[in-house]
Write a protein that binds this ligand. Structure first.
Ligand SMILES: [Fe+2]
Length: 195
């Protein structure tokens, strides 16, 4: 069980660095929005790395260093990727790599959640990690990668609303005038009663 936790830590260690490299080597028109998003990814991964290292130590194990982490990824049958720092990456290419990494991390975290002989608080940590991977990948990145058609906008709804407001039909105007006259009559009655 401790070796499984160390393998998970190895993936988080290398993938945190992968997210940093993507943050630095993003390029293209989506750079301004994707660059800080990738900063958030490695910040969050750093926090999770700290959590899992502390839990491993509390259970009598040792955390992994960078050399061990790389060796564990190379030996793993799980899908492991290393981001080439010599390349530049569009936001779409980076998101594809991020999706692969989040999928692997999610699978590893969920496997750990289901391990019977780990303490409940450690199980809870893996549940929290898996929630993060799912939302970032299956919701946010998935939404980011949907290509929206140019005519698929809410503009048509806005146009019909503007039309209703700016061009009321004549019946509405008559009704409105009648109501206004009735209101004036009532006001007048009130004044008489008051005097
Ligand atoms: Fe930065």
């Amino acid at each position: 069980m401790l070796e499984d936790m160390r393998k998970y830590m190895a993936f988080v260690t290398i993938y945190e660095n992968n997210f940093r490299v993507l943050h630095w080597k993003l390029s293209g028109c989506d750079f301004q929005t994707a660059h800080p998003r990738y900063g958030d990814y490695y910040d969050h991964m750093g926090d999770m790395l700290d959590e899992v290292a502390e839990q491993i130590i509390s259970m009598g194990g040792n955390p992994v260093n960078a050399k061990e982490a790389l060796g564990m990824l190379e030996a793993s049958t799980d899908r492991a990727i290393i981001i080439d720092s010599a390349e530049d990456y569009s936001a779409c290419a980076a998101d594809t790599a991020a999706s692969i990494m989040f999928n692997t991390l999610y699978d590893l975290a969920v496997t750990m959640c289901k391990t019977d002989d780990i303490p409940v608080d450690v199980q809870d940590m893996f549940i929290q990690h898996s929630k993060y991977y799912r939302i970032e990948n299956k919701f946010k990145i998935a939404r980011t990668m949907i290509i929206t058609k140019s005519d698929n906008t809410p503009a048509s709804v806005a146009t019909s609303t503007v039309t209703d407001v700016s061009a009321p039909n004549s019946d509405d105007e008559e009704e409105s005038d009648e109501e206004h006259e009735e209101e004036e009559d009532h006001d007048h009655d009130d004044e008489i009663d008051f005097d």
